[in-house]
Design a protein around this ligand. Structure first.
Ligand code: NAP
Length: 431
């Protein structure tokens, strides 16, 4: 290989789209590093377990991973096992594609009470992410409140409301499935501080709420008949579709449904109350005036045993990175010569999986403008560091072993039975 040596930190969608784009522009060796022994980031640990069609995008990433010039190095944590500076010393190009994995904190009194979780924790828990398999959230409650009006909030209420039959063809781990099945949850509240027009749900996800076997969506305000205001044609179309879907919930058959998903709009969380654990969450009713949120002084409360905040994410702070306003400081993907950022770490936690494709192309273009040839050895130097530090790393072939094992151990139609600990994954790779 004659092109610049490249290392990409992070093997989620932005990492893989960037790798794929670089292979189309440069004759480079590309190494992809991940903190976990397994690749694919949010596809494996973030996309809801019942959204298997979405998860299938990993087949495309596998094709990329199997290209001759690409190597996967799993189980290496940047900032702990190897520093960014070390990587910059041995590679011509370092691309950060680490996403935004930390939950934004809801800055209100009581936010640290037991029973208050961020969406990354809950989503990681029901997805068998090794960081969260021991979370043991208390689902022994009739009422659950999810704060936020984005697709992550929708995912959470949907997964918590589905029956085991509806989850049959998902890869939810048994512990989470059983815990949800046994739970006495009756009411799930999905609460927005603004209204249905401002909600960020995509329509496909919102429509799913109307097709749940044992759960009825309920909208707790009068919906506007018409959309008045200045919206782009696209926004107007999307908002009207969502309003139509919310209106359609009113005429759904109510019988035989034990659970409800309550859409509560214009409710700003102001305090979480409880002795040692959450018991009540308080809201203040809001209005929108000229697009600005106004408090009304009208207070409501919901008794609940679980609060999940799904209010966006921020990146993990790694030594050597300058993070501000939720992203690494960068100029259209360029942090410095030979140092780039792609995906959520570059532009914040928005957009769908495919949005990262354009990021990949952007970074590949930047790199190909700044570098033509290999100056630093990259891969061989990395392998030396791995040996010197005695790091236990996984390859893409190791991942394929884990993948086959998980698939073989699942009962049809469940697509896979996930291995839940890093130790077990590493043991399997040794066989
Ligand atoms: P999001 O779409 O940005 O939604 C965040 C929500 O949190 C907004 O409703 C926001 O309200 C609210 N919020 C923020 N701060 C708050 C506060 N202090 N108090 C109350 N509410 C607050 O983020 P997300 O749901 O985490 O999703 C991240 C990205 O992943 C999105 O682009 C999403 O579409 C994507 N995603 C897609 C899928 C899918 O396609 N199936 C699934 C999951 C995620 P305001 O609008 O008032 O700020």
């Amino acid at each position: 290989m004659k092109g610049p040596s490249v290392v990409i930190i992070g093997s989620g969608p932005s990492g893989f789209y960037t790798a794929e784009s670089i292979t189309k522009k440069l004759n480079s060796n590309i190494d992809i590093i991940d903190r976990l022994p397994t690749p694919f980031g949010l596809i494996r640990g973030g996309v809801a377990p019942d959204h298997q069609t979405t998860k299938r995008i990993s087949l495309a990433y596998s094709k990329t991973a199997k290209k001759e010039q690409i190597n996967f190095f799993g189980n290496i944590e940047i900032g702990k096992d190897i520093s960014i500076d070390e990587l910059r010393e041995i590679y011509d190009v370092v691309v950060l594609a680490i996403g935004s994995e930390i939950d934004n904190k809801l800055e209100i009194k009581g936010n640290n009470l037991k029973g208050v979780y961020g969406s990354a924790e809950i989503v990681g828990w029901y997805n068998g992410h090794p960081d969260y398999v021991d979370l043991e959230p208390n689902l022994n409650t009739e009422n659950v409140v999810v704060i936020g009006n984005g697709n992550v909030a929708i995912d959470i209420v949907r997964v918590l409301s589905k029956t085991p039959e509806e989850m049959l063809d998902s890869d939810i781990p048994e512990y989470a499935l059983n815990s949800i099945d046994k739970s006495p949850i009756k009411n799930l509240y999905i609460v927005g501080r603004r209204g249905p027009i401002e909600a960020k749900f995509t329509n496909v996800e919102l429509r799913e709420m109307g097709n749940l076997k044992n759960c009825l969506p309920v909208v707790n305000i009068d919906l506007p008949d018409n959309l008045v205001g200045n919206y782009s044609e696209r926004d107007q179309r999307l908002i009207e579709k969502n309003l139509e879907t919310l209106r359609s919930f009113v005429s759904l058959k109510k019988e035989n449904k034990e659970k409800k998903i309550n859409f509560n709009f214009f409710q700003k969380p102001i305090e979480i109350i409880g002795n040692d654990k959450v018991e009540i969450i308080k809201f203040e009713k809001t209005n929108l005036e000229d697009g600005k949120l106004k408090d009304t002084g009208e207070i409501t409360e919901i008794k609940c045993g679980l609060v999940v905040t799904a209010i966006g994410y921020k990146p993990k702070n790694i030594p050597g990175l300058k993070i501000s306003e939720g992203v690494v400081e960068n100029n259209e993907g360029r942090i410095d010569k030979g140092f780039y950022a792609s995906g959520w770490i570059r532009r914040g936690p928005t957009g769908v999986i495919g949005t990262n494709k354009a990021d990949g192309e952007l970074i590949a273009n930047l790199i190909s403008k700044e570098f033509k040839n290999q100056n630093k050895n990259g891969r061989n130097a990395l392998i030396k560091i791995i040996k010197n530090k005695n790091l236990e790393v996984t390859s893409f072939e190791d991942w394929e072993k884990i993948d086959s094992y998980e698939k073989e151990n699942a009962k049809d139609p469940t697509p896979r039975k996930k291995i839940l600990t890093i130790k077990e994954m590493l043991n399997l790779c040794k066989i």
